[in-house]
Write a protein that binds this ligand. Structure first.
Ligand SMILES: Nc1ncnc2c1ncn2[C@@H]1O[C@H](COP(=O)(O)OP(=O)(O)OP(=O)(O)O)[C@@H](O)[C@H]1O
Ligand SMILES: [Ca+2]
Length: 490
């Protein structure tokens, strides 16, 4: 699950559409604050919207304990379901834009940062968007940062719309962003900032065009690996939680044991709260609980104030023994099982997230040699002309003959040179290429070329590309050998 957050109009909804390569129910995009709902975009057989209240009672959905945020929130929470291959592997949470004080006329009616934190805790990735064109740090933004603090390892920062500014401005904005992030996050050096323009529209030409391309791919690679690492991440979270439980159990057990049975309960309670830092140290030494497992002391003190200590449960060594066993042996047994599952998870993701595809379409491959194929042996595949354009599935045997020039065909290199002039992002062009090179020979014949033109024109007119080539678009000469191709695939 990926959480997408940021100031209003930074392009969150547009970013999501770019990832899933299609529109989703209930989405609106615009220059003013548009999204006012938390929307979980998930896979479903049919397209539709499930409202928040229904979501929290559905046992198949991971949203059941959002209930405490109340109706004000649940009325602003929904799930957009649609059949989409990307969503089979990844769910995405679109969030309402964070507003500047001037834009916020009404309060939201629910604890926005707390909801963000609820999601931040549970997702695999948090994508935080900024607008390079209009960078600013509002107070609600700073408060939202507090919500994701502690989850910096999941955080990826995106400096979006970077093609709208020139290189000099971009450097300034980047510097300002790092500076501001440094003030909010204690460890800004671990935050990765991706500079790009994450939408499927043509980019503006700018002198950092290649940088944007490389950065875009880096972020896509990161997201692409999420499903593979998700199980491991969950296990990691489980361990984290188990350790926290252990520390809490020791603390609560200690407090309970110190409480008098009859008199002066209240003063003893306050005394214990005051002593909490000392108690923490004591438990660390006595029970060998690492200091890093303890909760924040000040916060814990605040929380304890509202509790009745005499209602705390007595520390049970047998339960602690089970917890220790979980941490020391049970989890270790799970590891190999997760690794065994891996091959299945390695199956490539479709579309924009399909790595093989984008890899074959990196512009430097052909910008440097505009009129010839890459010389034999200069690629990592070794041995001969590796097809620069096609295959799509990384099938080297099929592509070994790809670059032999044949009459009436445009080579992949040349076609790409022409396609890149449209300024569409590489991921979109790679998609066009996959659809247009019907016979996967790394070249375009007349019909395939016309098909590529048609797809690009449609894209420029604002239509989404089809995921698979619909039968009526398959060039006539390719229709006959369809069954043959299927055999080949098998
Ligand atoms: N990469 C981009 N380059 C240029 N403009 C963009 C880009 N991405 C989005 N936009 C434009 O920015 C505006 C805001 O986009 P969008 O509605 O997706 O943002 P949002 O963050 O979801 O906003 P909100 O918080 O209001 O829901 C739209 O007009 C959109 O067309
Ligand atoms: Ca939006």
């Amino acid at each position: 699950m990926v959480l997408v957050m940021g100031q209003y109009s930074t392009g969150k909804t547009t970013f999501i559409k770019y990832l899933i390569e299609q529109d989703f129910p209930g989405s609106r995009v615009g220059p003013e604050p548009t999204t006012d709902c938390f929307t979980a975009i998930m896979h479903g057989e049919t397209e539709g919207i499930i409202p928040g209240n229904a979501l929290t009672v559905d046992p198949r959905m991971p949203f059941r304990n959002l209930n405490p945020f109340g109706n004000a929130f649940l009325n602003r929470f929904q799930c957009a379901q649609l059949p989409n291959q990307v969503l089979e592997n990844i769910s995405i949470i679109d969030t309402p834009g964070i507003l500047t004080a001037a834009k916020r006329r009404l309060s939201r009616g629910y604890d926005f940062p707390a909801v963000l934190r609820w999601f931040a805790e549970r997702v695999d990735r948090i994508v935080l968007l900024f607008d390079a064109h209009k960078l600013d740090f509002s107070d609600e933004l700073t408060r939202a940062f507090a919500a994701v603090r502690g989850y910096e390892d999941k955080l990826r920062v995106v400096l979006n719309k970077a093609d709208r500014v020139d290189s000099q401005q971009l450097m300034r904005v980047y510097g300002a962003l790092m500076w501001s992030l440094g003030k909010v996050f204690p460890t800004p050096e671990v935050l990765r900032v991706y500079v790009g323009s994450f939408w499927s529209e043509p980019r503006r030409t700018c002198d950092h065009y290649q940088l944007l391309d490389a950065e875009e791919e880096d972020l896509l690679v990161d997201i692409r690996h999420l499903p593979r690492n998700a199980a491991m991440r969950k296990l990691n979270d489980l361990v984290k939680r188990a350790r926290l439980v252990r520390a809490h159990a020791h603390i609560i057990g200690y407090l309970k044991q110190e409480m008098p049975t009859i008199f002066c309960k209240d003063s003893k309670k306050h005394n214990l709260i005051y002593q909490l830092p000392v108690i923490f140290t004591k438990i660390q030494q006595q029970d060998r609980v690492p200091a890093g497992d303890f909760p924040d002391c000040t916060k814990m003190q605040e929380r304890l104030l509202g509790q009745d200590f005499s209602k705390f449960k007595v520390f049970k060594p047998s339960l602690m023994a089970s917890l220790d066993k979980l941490l020391s042996t049970d989890i270790a047994k799970l590891m190999p099982l997760l690794q065994r599952q891996d091959p299945q998870r390695n199956k490539p993701l479709p579309g924009v997230l399909d790595g093989d595809f984008l890899g074959t379409f990196r512009p430097e491959h052909f910008k440097r040699h505009p009129f010839k194929e890459r010389p034999p042996g200069d690629d990592d595949g070794g041995g001969g002309n590796k097809d620069p354009g096609g295959g799509g599935g990384g099938d080297t045997t099929r592509s070994s003959t790809a670059c032999v020039p044949r009459d009436g065909k445009v080579s992949g290199t040349k076609a790409k040179e022409w396609m890149v002039n449209t300024n569409l992002p590489s991921s979109v062009l790679a998609h066009v290429w996959r659809l247009a090179d019907v016979d996967c020979d790394g070249m375009l014949d007349n019909e395939e070329f016309a098909l590529a033109m048609h797809l690009i024109e449609g894209k420029l007119e604002g239509h989404w590309l089809p995921r698979e080539l619909p039968p009526h678009l398959v060039p006539p000469s390719k229709r006959l050998c369809e069954s043959e191709e299927e055999d080949e695939e098998v």
